[in-house]
Design a binder for this molecule. Structure first.
Ligand SMILES: [Zn+2]
Length: 405
């Protein structure tokens, strides 16, 4: 059984000024039909009517094109508009499923309307809206052949492409390709990961080794420069050309930070996946944790979410397993030697001694706990679906002979 996995390949593209103008128009039209589709569905939902995707598409594209207010929709590639309506449909159903509990995970908000002022604009094209030419250029429907900086080759024919304009003004093409998984040779080593701020990750392995992944604080290092630029921006007149120029400078710096961070996360994720057969990590509700403003910046600069997502992607590709654990597990407060749970463990405590005599580095202790609990939890997660109560060790005969803990 060969199941392909989806991967994204992203390249910088260099549209000509005329192509940029046409892309801007396409972004605009795709945004308008997206918003029209969302509104149509919200209205129908509130009125208690049922509105199928075909009818929505007919109303916001086919019929709209004939009206004087939307006649310009005919100027851009219709594949882009159709895809945009589909994306709106997906966003709306995800929200409905989340409301009714059919969709797992964090409760989702209603889909947000897109704005002309969003600094990141994008449009998605499926198979019949683009072609990669033999000469290496990218043909986009109604836009033409666009130059691509091929930093690496595409592994297979892409099924869709998203054209993005980032806030710093650069254009990118992000291809979705199906790749056959290439399992790495099996290893017996497994690891638990504790994500943190002072260190990005502290890793405990079944081999008893510890790996510290430093947090390079990509944003933190640029903060002084960014603050200066932000001050410069606020001095400029609103809506003026100089303000736009400074805003662009800020965006360029943020773009650099994001690229450096992504690059670093890719490397760290690959190392973790290569060296471990199974990776255990806490299921972090990052969004819920980001409440304190200063801590919020430090946490989003670390980018735990992106790191975990990359570990999952690579694990799927290389035949490894990632297991996310229950978020309520007190990994920092539990002694990994005797299992005693401490009453409190303030954030500033970096190391502590348990009454049993064990001396712990806070994060390494947490990583060991994540590894141990993850290993006992995993067989149940995909099997009978029985989760052992915390503190009960489960042997090979999962769930049948709970140890007296
Ligand atoms: Zn202890």
């Amino acid at each position: 059984m060969l199941i392909c996995v989806q991967a994204r390949y992203r390249y910088r593209i260099e549209p000509t000024p005329a192509q940029r103008a046409m892309l801007a128009r396409t972004f605009g039209c795709a945004r308008v039909v997206f918003n029209d589709a969302i509104r149509a569905r919200q209205d129908a939902y509130q009125a208690g009517e049922k509105l199928g995707p075909t009818e929505v598409q007919r109303r916001v594209i086919t019929v709209a094109k004939q009206s004087p207010e939307r006649v310009w929709l005919g100027e851009v590639a219709s594949v882009a508009l159709v895809q945009s309506v589909r994306d709106a449909h997906r966003a709306h159903s995800n929200w409905l499923d989340s409301l009714t509990g059919r969709r797992k995970g964090r409760r989702m908000g209603a889909p947000r309307l897109k704005s002309r002022k969003d600094t990141r604009q994008s449009v998605r094209l499926t198979r019949n809206g683009f072609t990669v030419r033999p000469d290496g250029s990218l043909y986009l429907a109604k836009i033409g052949d666009v130059r691509v900086r091929w930093s690496r080759g595409l592994p297979s024919e892409p099924s869709s492409v998203t054209v993005i304009r980032e806030p710093d003004g650069h254009f990118y093409a992000s291809f979705v390709v199906e790749v056959a998984p290439t399992p790495l040779p099996r290893t017996d080593q497994e690891c638990g990961i504790d994500l943190g701020v002072s260190r990005l990750a502290t890793v405990a392995t079944t081999a008893g080794t510890r790996l510290d992944v430093v947090n390079p604080r990509h944003l933190g290092r640029k903060l002084r420069k960014l603050r200066r630029l932000e001050r410069e921006k606020s001095r400029r007149a609103k809506g003026g050309a100089n303000r736009a120029k400074t805003r662009r400078k800020v965006a360029v710096q943020h773009g650099k930070v994001a690229r450096a961070r992504r690059d670093y996360h890719h490397k760290q994720a690959l190392t973790l996946v290569r060296e471990n057969q199974a990776v255990y990590v806490e299921d972090l509700n990052v969004a819920g944790m980001v409440c304190n403003r200063r801590l919020a910046r430090v946490i989003s600069d670390a980018g735990w979410g992106q790191l975990v997502r990359l570990v999952e992607e690579k694990a799927e590709r290389y035949g490894r397993t990632v297991h996310k654990m229950d978020r309520w597990y007190p990994s920092s407060k539990t002694c990994s030697t005797c299992g005693a749970v401490q009453e409190s463990m303030p954030l500033q405590v970096r190391s502590w001694t348990c009454p049993c005599g064990a001396v712990h580095d806070r994060d390494h202790n947490a990583a060991i706990n994540i590894l141990t609990v993850g290993q006992t939890e995993r067989p149940n997660a995909c099997g009978a679906g029985v989760r052992p109560p915390f503190g009960v060790a489960v042997g090979d005969e999962a769930g049948t002979t709970p140890d007296t803990a």
